[in-house]
Design a protein around this ligand. Structure first.
Ligand SMILES: O=C(O)CCC(=O)C(=O)O
Length: 248
């Protein structure tokens, strides 16, 4: 099943992003936020700190390896409207990567910008990033800014150009994308993006996940870093000898 129209798919292909029509249910959001409250309060590693490891909850910028922390995170990653939409972009066999993203951006008050970057190179197989918002994301608390169409760039650009956030040419090319609590934003991971400083006294939590079409040429079908979340692991390559074939 796909929850995307042909028109929505066209915009995703050209602009590089799409907002899932249905938000996460309130009960799941409450459980996600409770699990996140606990992990922040106890500074459960692995953690990325705002400015060096202080051991203080208010300095937790990011919680890594989130999928193994609490079942609620995997439930959110498999939320049916999200998977239905991903199926429209990636086909019937979809895998969730545990070795890419797999984190929660906590973005505490005063949190510094997320500098401009593209996750993948344009020649890599399409990786779709999902941002699942545990809290509302606004211009004031440093919502993500995406550079529409930048996943098509035929010119070379370093994936992490560095330099000051506000002086980068990417800023003038970008669009802010505020999102509601419970909203889900998808984008082509080769799209340039960044996020501004959090100027409020609250946090701005979102979960970042990575999905890919199952690679039909992968010989190893039980790769533990990929979780099959939709469809099946098929094989359409031409190995020699074919599995099960006697070698004479
Ligand atoms: O919205 C944000 O804080 C930026 C998200 C992001 O770029 C990431 O999680 O890699």
């Amino acid at each position: 099943m796909t929850a995307m129209t042909e028109e929505e798919r066209w915009y995703f292909q050209h602009n590089g992003f799409h907002r899932v029509r249905q938000n996460l249910p309130e009960d799941l959001l409450r459980r996600l936020n409770e699990a996140t409250d606990g992990a922040i309060a106890d500074c459960v590693e692995p953690v990325v700190w705002e400015d060096g490891p202080t051991g203080r909850p208010e300095d937790v910028r990011r919680l890594s390896e989130v999928l193994s922390r609490d079942p609620a995170y995997l439930e959110a990653a498999q939320h049916p409207p999200l998977l239905d939409t991903l199926e429209g972009l990636l086909g019937p066999n979809v895998e969730l990567l545990t070795n890419k993203h797999n984190h929660i951006m906590v973005r505490p008050p005063g949190s510094l910008p997320v500098y401009w970057h593209a996750g993948e190179e344009t020649w890599d197989p399409t990786l779709v990033t999902a941002l699942i918002y545990l809290e509302e994301s606004t211009l004031d608390n440093g919502c993500i800014r995406l550079v529409p169409g930048s996943h098509h760039r035929p010119f070379r650009q370093p994936r992490r150009p560095g330099g000051a956030w506000e002086q980068s040419e990417w800023l003038s090319r970008s669009l802010p994308v505020p999102m509601p609590r419970g909203g889900v934003l998808l984008f082509n991971d080769a799209c340039f993006h960044g996020a501004d400083i959090n100027r409020t006294d609250g946090s701005r939590r979102s979960m970042t996940l990575a999905y890919r079409a199952h690679d039909t040429h992968d010989v190893d079908k039980q790769d533990p870093v990929k979780i099959l979340v939709r469809g099946q692991r098929t094989y359409t390559g031409h190995p020699h000898p074919f599995p099960g074939e006697a070698v004479s």
